[in-house]
Design a protein around this ligand. Structure first.
Ligand SMILES: *Cc1c(COP(=O)(O)O)cnc(C)c1O
Length: 415
């Protein structure tokens, strides 16, 4: 199942380097005589053509030329190449947010009468997009239990054209058996005239924890808003493929929808990439220590983090991933009241209440499990813990400070 990594254009020997080095030493060529590390920041709407013949001849779809700011600049082309290489893919498209990237893949792969499948623990706005928007355009959806490959098999029908995968699940972080899910898709595609496209939301893995293409996935998407930016100051999404025909399909939809990104935002992500590897692993180490500690605190029923034994799908994570992101989820004992859980969040000082993650600052967010799920799952017995859970995102602060913050906030359970 493992596919070879495509040849990368390479003048620097970058592909032979380990990921941390390849994120810094890469094939970007600065303008002659200005040999510097940061890629140039080029901004434009209009691009001039020397004459009409050049206008008619110029091509942007293969990145051989520039025609209009929306179709790419040297800065966005550089970032696309960097992200494609990070993900182990060949082609990349940038979108103004992670959610816009999700919408792009749906719109490029689906038409009226088609059906899309999502895991029940998919990123919430992704479910909302299919429920509220795609439905009104005659595109149906079904929800599958990602922890049961047989359920995916049961949900695939003749109209299924696109299957979303998320590893691990949003908020609750159950780690699915990705090879088993891919085997179901590969079997379903045998003899199918229009094969089902598989699309992975790889925001959690950030191109570091594992390579989505190694598992045979067709499209690998990331919210660059999270780790690659790393600054909590930019919104962006990426859509990476290895298949040239699939990329062209996505590229045309991308162009028709006008999904360009600005050079200043691209610059921030390019800068973030230099420290991505270091940040990912530092946050991983800190998160594991805090998740392990949190599990032993009174009032806590379970902590879900793929690297913790006992967390749903831990064995899959252990087999399939090299690292883990900065998230863990606390499930509370049933006697802890929802108001006490909210008070715990309110008492935190370093963990701020807010959406997103992957930036320098630690964040917390309460969620109500039943509201997120289409169906209760057998592997998540509700009796063992209350319905309100807290997702914590660990930033770059010193881990003892974060642990002390969690410890003082736990006093809220005594009130
Ligand atoms: C944040 C996130 C997105 C969306 O990214 P935005 O840039 O905030 O739109 C998509 N998928 C996952 C898993 C995310 O965590």
């Amino acid at each position: 199942m493992v596919q070879p990594r495509p040849e990368e254009p390479d003048q620097s020997g970058a592909s032979a380097l380990q990921p941390a080095s390849a994120l810094i030493h890469h094939p970007y060529q600065p303008p002659p005589g200005f040999d510097v590390l940061p890629p140039g920041v080029f901004k434009a709407s209009t691009v001039f053509f020397p004459n009409v013949a050049a206008l008619r001849a110029r091509q942007w779809k293969d990145k051989s030329g520039y025609t209009y700011g929306l179709h790419g600049t040297p800065t966005t082309f550089t970032l696309e190449e960097r992200i494609a290489s990070l993900e182990g893919g060949a082609h990349c498209l940038l979108c103004p947010s992670g959610l816009a990237a999700l919408a792009l893949v749906n719109l490029a792969c689906l038409q009226a009468g088609d059906e899309v499948l999502l895991p029940d623990n998919a990123y919430g706005p992704s479910k909302e997009l299919v429920r509220a928007e795609l439905q009104s355009w005659g595109i149906a959806h079904r929800i599958y239990d990602p922890m049961q490959p047989t359920d995916l098999e049961a949900q695939i029908g003749p109209a299924t054209r696109l299957v979303w995968l998320e590893v691990p699940g949003s908020v609750t972080l159950e780690y699915p058996d990705l090879p088993a899910l891919m085997r179901v898709l590969q079997a379903a595609n045998v003899g199918r005239s229009r094969p089902i496209v598989s699309a992975l939301d790889h925001t959690w893995g950030a191109g570091i924890a594992f390579c989505g293409f190694d598992f045979g996935v067709d499209v690998v998407l990331q919210a660059l808003t999270k780790y690659p930016s790393g600054g909590a100051d930019v919104l962006m999404g990426s859509v990476v493929t290895r298949d040239a025909a699939l990329h062209q399909r996505l590229l045309h939809t991308h162009m028709r929808l006008g999904l360009g990104v600005g050079a200043n935002d691209a610059e921030l992500v390019l800068r973030g990439l230099h420290t991505l590897h270091l940040r990912y692993h530092a946050q991983d180490a800190s998160t594991r220590a805090l998740a392990h500690w949190m599990q032993q605190q009174r009032g806590v029923a379970q902590v879900w983090h793929p690297a913790l034994p006992g967390s749903p799908g831990h064995a899959h994570w252990q087999r399939d991933a090299r690292a883990a992101a900065c998230l863990f989820t606390v499930l509370w004992q049933p006697h802890i009241r929802p108001e006490q859980i909210d008070a715990f969040c309110d008492r935190l000082r370093l963990f701020r209440i807010g959406y997103s993650w992957g930036g320098p600052i630690s964040l917390c967010m309460p969620y109500d499990m039943p509201a997120m799920r289409n169906s209760p799952w057998p592997q998540t017995p509700q009796a063992a813990y209350g319905p309100r859970l807290v997702r914590l995102a660990v930033g770059l602060e010193a881990q003892p400070d974060l642990q002390a913050d969690l410890a003082q906030a736990l006093a809220a359970l005594d009130d």
